[in-house]
Design a protein around this ligand. Structure first.
Ligand SMILES: Cc1ncc(COP(=O)(O)O)c(C=O)c1O
Length: 396
């Protein structure tokens, strides 16, 4: 199907949930993707922080082929070895003691909300039901995750929403002391707000969140769906803060594009669910778990994460120089390879110009360019992206 026919047919038969660009991607290799007309692009979107090991990674292709020939899915009525191995790998590499697997970020957060409410009831009584999250946060589109999402534009029209959710201001420690009260079951945060504009939280706020939650018997939940799996230059972004949560959610890059989500918990939180409390048909199936295992192995190989830190530090510094040369006031924000550059109202024009020149970027709110390259990107590819961006900024 040519792109015009594809768009026309899609407009007729797909629900209008997304405003899509006039582009269909059909093939990828490493940091590069090709559209249906054969044009090649550098992929600095990575399916929104999903294909972090690049496209068609030979090791992942091998694991997918091998696992597909054995078994894709059994059921959580039974044990499956890839799932147990994945739970062991994630618990060995984090604070967590137990894992639950599902299929998406929203589903992982739904699980975390259920876990928090049940944990609070078990340990403190039925008054402790409130879920606090940050204004500007994004936690997913299912009803409870949507309610935790601190952006009204996503929630509008879907009322009535689940009860007992409220929002705190990012980096306001004094206000956090007030809002996290004795009725609060959990405090959810993204260490770097992603969809909200790439805003890393301050260390002071992260430490205060940990202290208040511990003092008041509140579960601290880190949504590392976007920041996790090496994106920050560490396996999990909270490692850069030296602050450990009670619960963490993962998805996106965990299986490099095969849908999977994870809910991880430590301490008493890990003991909350009993058989029958929670489940997911596809959750942790053999294919998703086998691929995720290989992703974790690759990302924790010696030298992988230090290389991400070195490449991303160089890229952020170069991006800053380029922005100053282009007369941009705003600073580069973010951690590792999760970077944002505020460019004002010309954001959409710059993104479009980059696309024409062969670089895919995402723009948040029409104003912040978001850079999410594969963690495996080469220095030559980073330099090529900077060249294209400089041309696009000059044009816009
Ligand atoms: C921080 C964060 N949490 C949750 C989600 C929702 O994940 P999913 O789209 O897999 O449901 C996203 C998606 O962008 C996200 O960035």
């Amino acid at each position: 199907m040519d792109i015009a026919t594809l768009m026309e047919t899609g407009e007729q038969c797909l629900m209008r949930t997304n405003a899509r660009l006039p582009l269909a991607l059909c093939r990828g290799e490493g940091s590069w993707v090709w559209d249906t007309d054969g044009k090649r692009y550098l992929d600095f979107v990575t399916g929104l922080a999903v294909t972090s090991l690049g496209h068609a990674h030979p090791e992942l292709v091998r694991v997918i082929r091998e696992q597909a020939g054995l078994m894709l899915h059994s059921s959580n009525l039974y044990w499956n070895e890839p799932q147990v191995r994945l739970a062991r790998a994630l618990t060995e590499h984090s604070f967590a003691e137990r894992a639950f697997f599902c299929n998406s970020g929203a589903e992982a957060n739904e699980g975390a909300i259920k876990l928090a409410r049940k944990h609070a009831k078990q340990h403190y009584g039925s008054h402790k039901t409130k879920i606090i999250s940050l204004r500007g946060s994004f936690h997913g589109r299912t009803l409870a995750a949507l309610t935790a999402t601190g952006q009204e534009k996503y929630r509008r029209g879907f009322e009535p929403l689940p009860a007992d959710f409220a929002y705190a201001e990012r980096d306001d420690v004094a206000a956090l002391e007030e809002i996290l009260d004795e009725n609060t079951a959990a405090f959810f945060l993204e260490p770097v707000l992603g969809e909200g504009g790439v805003f890393p939280l301050s260390k002071e706020f992260m430490l205060a969140a940990r202290n208040i939650c511990t003092k008041k018997g509140i579960l601290l939940v880190f949504d590392e769906i976007q920041t996790g799996m090496g994106r920050s230059g560490y396996l999990f972004a909270h490692e850069t803060y030296g602050v450990t949560p009670d619960v963490m959610t993962l998805a996106k890059a965990l299986a490099n594009g095969i849908p999977v989500g994870a809910l991880l918990a430590g301490g008493s939180a890990a003991e909350t669910f009993a058989p029958g409390d929670h489940a997911s048909t596809f959750g942790g199936n053999l294919l998703a778990a086998a691929v995720a295992n290989r992703v974790v192995e690759i990302m924790t190989e010696e030298g992988f994460l230090p290389a991400v830190r070195a490449k991303s530090a160089w890229f952020a510094a170069e991006l800053g120089k380029l922005a100053r040369a282009a007369g941009i006031d705003g600073e580069v924000r973010g951690l590792g390879f999760m970077l944002g550059l505020p460019v004002g109202e010309r954001g959409a024009r710059v993104t479009e110009s980059c696309r024409r020149r062969g670089l895919l970027l995402n723009c948040i709110g029409g104003e912040t360019l978001r850079f999410l390259p594969p963690l495996t990107v080469s220095e030559t590819e980073l330099a090529a992206a900077l060249d294209i961006l400089a041309q696009a900024l000059a044009e816009a």
